[in-house]
Design a protein around this ligand. Sequence first.
Ligand code: UDP
Ligand code: MG
Length: 327
Amino acid sequence: MNQSSEQIILSVIVPCFNEEENLFPLCDRMLPVLRNCAVSYEIIFIDDGSIDGTASKIDQLSEKNPNIKGLIFSRNFGKELALAAGLRYASGRASVLIDADLQHPPEIIPEMLAKWKAGAKMVTAVRRDRTKDNFLRRWGSVFFYWIFNLIGEVKLNNSAGDYRLLDQRVVEILNNMPERARFSKGLFSWIGFNPETITFDVESRHTGNAKFNLLKLTVYSISSVVSFSVAPIRIWFLIGLSVLLICAIYAAIITIEVFFYGIEQPGYVTTIILIILFGGIQMLSLGIFGEYIGRILLEVKGRPQFIVAEKLGFPDKDNDSDRNGIC
Ligand code: UDP
Ligand code: MG
């Protein structure tokens, strides 16, 4: 059934980076679920600069099923911007964000839809447990969420990821957020609307490896904290102030000692330790400020968030002027 002429109720947005082996199995599982929902739907795959056959798999799927569409990025822009592109091109009254590797079971989409029909503006799928994560990732994430919730301007749930349903109103709000360095989980929480939650068991990746290694996750975590908090700068101001006070007291003590007992011998170790300590503190503070300045530079340049090289399955007359990407 070609639905291009009727109002689409549900858009399913799937970011893909080198997922050629997963797209057919995903559709095999998801299409029956969507058909059972008895609503008009579209699936938008975003090929985030894959170097395998992901784009051609999307092409084949969209040839076979007119409800399947594709956005092919000109290069890898990262999952966050792939999601942003999907939301900008989604025309459904609700949108579901789902991973391509089948870690997110599509069978819970009807439950999300039911909550949305009952009035929820956002439905978040929360993982029942994180035992499938390896040790480093599990404890790294506990540490990240602890820091984020301590100093971030919004609170996050450690077990909630990007698998969620968003009402069109929420999608419009997100589409009007121009920031390039995006941290969706933070943005969802910032928007509010009291999300409803449902629980699910996260599955193992169908094939392939996770694209986020520890280094990428660390950089992403730092960037996320910087996006949602200026506390590091404030904390650094307090540390600077404390060090200054301690130094002032120490200087006073030394001055008095010199005045009464003359110059003490030699003090080499103390001098070296102090040089290293203050050198380290200054480098660290430069690094923290640098993170924020770098962020300002990225945003003021005002480049498009992503570049869509090719669109598959979208109507030809589709107008891109308001999509904040380049086609
Ligand atoms: N992904 C993407 N661009 C990237 C990295 C990942 O679109 O640069 C997609 C990926 O294809 C998958 C989803 O984001 O659909 C989640 O990625 P992954 O499974 O590697 O992450 P994890 O499950 O470890 O969070
Ligand atoms: Mg995954």
